[in-house]
Design a protein around this ligand. Structure first.
Ligand code: TXA
Ligand code: MG
Length: 332
């Protein structure tokens, strides 16, 4: 069976709602990346998500709700909850909170916390508003591969395992949500960098937020099993180089080079197979973040053995870009 890509008109939304009510899993647009959505309250639907994605059951899913009122049915809300909702929801922030028992254990990989998010994308919202259950949705990529930022990415990698993908064009952010652990509100911590910046969260909460870097995450495999160091990874080998430098390519491997911005100076010519790309004209981090996954997938399909990527500057959204690049380049 080959999947159908659906434009989000009324008729097609009804088809998708019927699918979800029947316990099926479909591809959905969100403002971050495309998701693989199913009934978060149904063990069977959630099991299908894991199997379609090839994801180990130890890696918990995000539960998407239509509103903060709806979200309260599934979590125990700390007093900071309303402030965070007002500032960042709907939008690209996921909160880790103590879960209520209505959320099946399979969703949270047996943890007593759940990841919860209210998406902004209007198509995803209209699905949520017309359902009487929340939607569990990981990014719609095979486990470990680069996340999808358009419906075609989902079709190319998971199309033979899905009935329908709702197509709302390219995602606004192109990077997954920021994950904030609020289990202990006195000591909030970032588990994954994303479009919502740490300083914005600190401004709202009025406390310092702890940041887990790639190494500390590696040692916390049990606490947050999904935050593996090797992730978001193309088939070609990814190598990184410092901002505004040039890669030190050795050997004769067929390489691609991805810069953050267009270079005016002459491009390095290491061997005739080298090809040069850039994420943005002028280095605007929003554009770079938005283009990163789609360019990685494009270059990955062009048969290069190595993809050399210039790191972003380590501030604001550049931190999230570098986090994904380091995982794409990680060796295990
Ligand atoms: O932007 C996004 O967040 C997208 C869209 C579809 O919403 N979703 C997404 O889901 O990126 P996924 O499954 O690819 O990444 C969710 C991450 C995983 O690394 C998982 O381990 C972590 O969230 N996670 C989920 N529940 C958790 C929990 N209770 N405690 C700690 N980490 C959790
Ligand atoms: Mg993912």
């Amino acid at each position: 069976m080959k999947c159908m890509i659906l434009t989000p008109n009324e008729e097609n939304l009804s088809i998708c709602l019927r699918q979800l009510r029947k316990g099926k899993v479909i591809g959905v647009p969100t403002e971050t990346v495309y998701g693989l959505a199913g009934n978060a309250l149904s063990y069977e639907s959630v099991q299908k998500i894991f199997s379609i994605k090839g994801r180990p059951l130890i890696d918990p899913l995000i539960v998407h709700c239509s509103s903060s009122k709806d979200a309260r049915k599934y979590i125990y809300a700390p007093s900071e909850f309303d402030q965070l909702c007002a500032a960042f929801w709907p939008g690209p922030l996921t909160l880790i909170l103590k879960k209520r028992s209505i959320i099946p254990d399979i969703v949270t990989a047996g943890l007593d916390s759940v990841a919860i998010r209210i998406p902004k994308n209007s198509i995803f919202q209209s699905l949520l508003k017309n359902l009487n259950f929340p939607l569990a949705a990981p990014s719609a990529n095979p486990f470990g591969y680069v996340s999808p930022t358009c419906a075609q990415h989902v079709e190319q990698t998971l199309g033979d395992r899905l009935g329908f993908i709702l197509d709302d064009g390219p995602c606004n952010h192109g990077l997954e949500s920021t994950i904030l652990d609020m289990r202990n509100p006195a000591n909030p911590s970032i588990l994954r960098h994303g479009p919502v910046e740490v300083s914005a969260i600190e401004d709202i909460l009025g406390v310092k937020v702890t940041i887990h870097n790639i190494c500390t995450i590696k040692n916390q495999a049990l606490e947050s099993p999904g935050l593996l160091s090797k992730h978001y990874s193309p088939n070609a080998c990814v190598k990184l180089f410092e901002p505004r430098s040039n890669p030190r390519i050795k050997g004769t491997e067929k390489c691609a080079i991805i810069y953050q911005s267009k270079r005016k100076e002459e491009q390095p010519k290491f061997n005739p197979a080298v090809n040069t790309y850039w994420l943005s004209d002028d280095g605007n981090p929003k554009v770079c973040a938005n283009q990163l996954y789609s360019l990685l997938q494009k270059v990955d399909k062009s048969g290069f053995n190595q993809i050399w990527v210039e790191k972003s500057s380590d501030s604001k959204l550049g931190i999230a870009i570098n986090d994904r690049l380091m995982r794409a380049a990680a060796e295990d």
